[in-house]
Design a binder for this molecule. Structure first.
Ligand SMILES: C[S@@+](CC[C@H](N)C(=O)[O-])C[C@H]1O[C@@H](n2cnc3c(N)ncnc32)[C@H](O)[C@@H]1O
Length: 317
């Protein structure tokens, strides 16, 4: 990577909060959808989404300087490949959360304690807060769609016996399991998550059952367990408790597939190093390196078999 000027490094970090907030606003206004059919003058966009033309122009100009939207001619904007990701569902919902409640929680991060800032700002833990805010819960479930294809592709490369029952623990709205079962028609699926999770039972179909419950109490029996970006939501003690609940339900030949980052040493850019801080702000969760994963899995009575890119295969101990 070419070295950036030192002042550019500092400035880019200083302006981060502005970028996140403005991205969230533009996502909420659905500006990318307005531009789906081609370039539009900002005055028209502003009128359509109910924004102030002058403010919106400045938001879009700043975002365009980072490649999100492009100003074709003075005051006329078009989508770019990056802003097109904000059409439909997934990234737009992630941007909504990043620029909204997560932005407020991140603003209260401090270095004096390892506790999450979200409860300090909102008076309750993140999951309980989502329960009380069904629209945000729905946005959260849609936000989890971003990166779905990559995660399914990772799972699809593994060897499948073909007739296993796969339990996706903390499986959200079930979209990962739906896609996996499409690729592996012999599998049966169980999505296990909190009762308030938004899901479409028609989409889940008759090969997938949704079981509502608390992962700290019990989970259904299955041949393969998936934990997709679940363990990184919890500190070591709670994450080990989740693994032990699964271990109690799992037959001894069960497989565990953890879809989470394995943080590499060194200074290379890695989205996980920043997501780690969001996890700290929201729930005192964390991203883990290989050594930390080995310790955690052992505490949950599992042992790793293979570390792939954002996929850890493990078996019972
Ligand atoms: C980060 S999301 C991951 C969703 C999905 N696995 C994915 O990769 O898109 C974590 C999930 O854990 C669920 N969860 C949180 N606390 C839980 C609990 N006590 N019992 C069961 N599920 C829980 C949340 O509802 C959420 O769907």
């Amino acid at each position: 990577m070419s070295e950036r000027p030192p002042d550019a490094v500092v400035w880019d970090l200083c302006r981060g909060a502005l970028a996140t907030r403005v991205l969230g606003i533009v996502a909420d206004l659905r500006v990318a959808d307005v531009l789906a059919d081609g370039p539009r003058p900002v005055v028209e966009i502003a009128a359509e989404v109910g924004a102030d033309g002058g403010a919106l122009h400045r938001f879009l100009r700043a975002l365009a300087s980072d490649g999100l939207f492009a100003e074709e001619e003075d005051g006329v904007f078009r989508n770019t490949a990056a802003s097109e990701l904000l059409c439909g569902e997934g990234w737009v919902d992630f941007a909504h959360l990043c620029g909204g409640v997560w932005h407020r929680a991140a603003g209260e991060l401090d270095a004096t304690a390892g506790d999450p800032s979200f409860p300090r700002v909102f008076g309750t833990d993140f999951w309980t807060w989502l329960l009380a805010h069904p629209d945000e819960r729905a946005a959260f479930d849609r936000a989890m769609l971003q990166g779905l294809e990559t995660r399914v592709a990772r799972l699809a490369t593994l060897a499948w016996r073909g007739d296993e029952t796969v339990v996706d623990v903390g499986g959200g709205n079930g979209s990962l399991l739906v896609e996996l079962l499409r690729l592996q028609p012999g599998l049966r699926g169980i999505v296990f998550d909190l009762p308030e999770t938004n899901r479409d039972d028609v989409v889940l179909g008759d090969r997938i059952e949704f079981v509502a419950g608390d992962v700290f109490e019990s989970v259904p029996r299955g041949d393969v367990y998936i934990l997709g970006t679940v363990l990184h939501d919890w500190d070591d003690e709670r994450a080990a408790a989740i693994l032990r609940t699964i271990r109690t339900a799992a037959p001894t030949d069960a497989r565990l597939l953890v879809l989470d980052a394995v943080v590499r040493p060194g200074n290379d850019p890695d989205a996980a190093k920043w997501l780690d801080l969001l996890l700290l702000a929201l729930f005192a969760g964390r991203e883990r390196n290989e050594k930390q994963w080995r310790t955690l899995l052992a505490a949950g009575r599992f042992e790793p078999v293979r570390f792939h890119d954002r996929l850890i295969e493990a078996r019972c101990r």
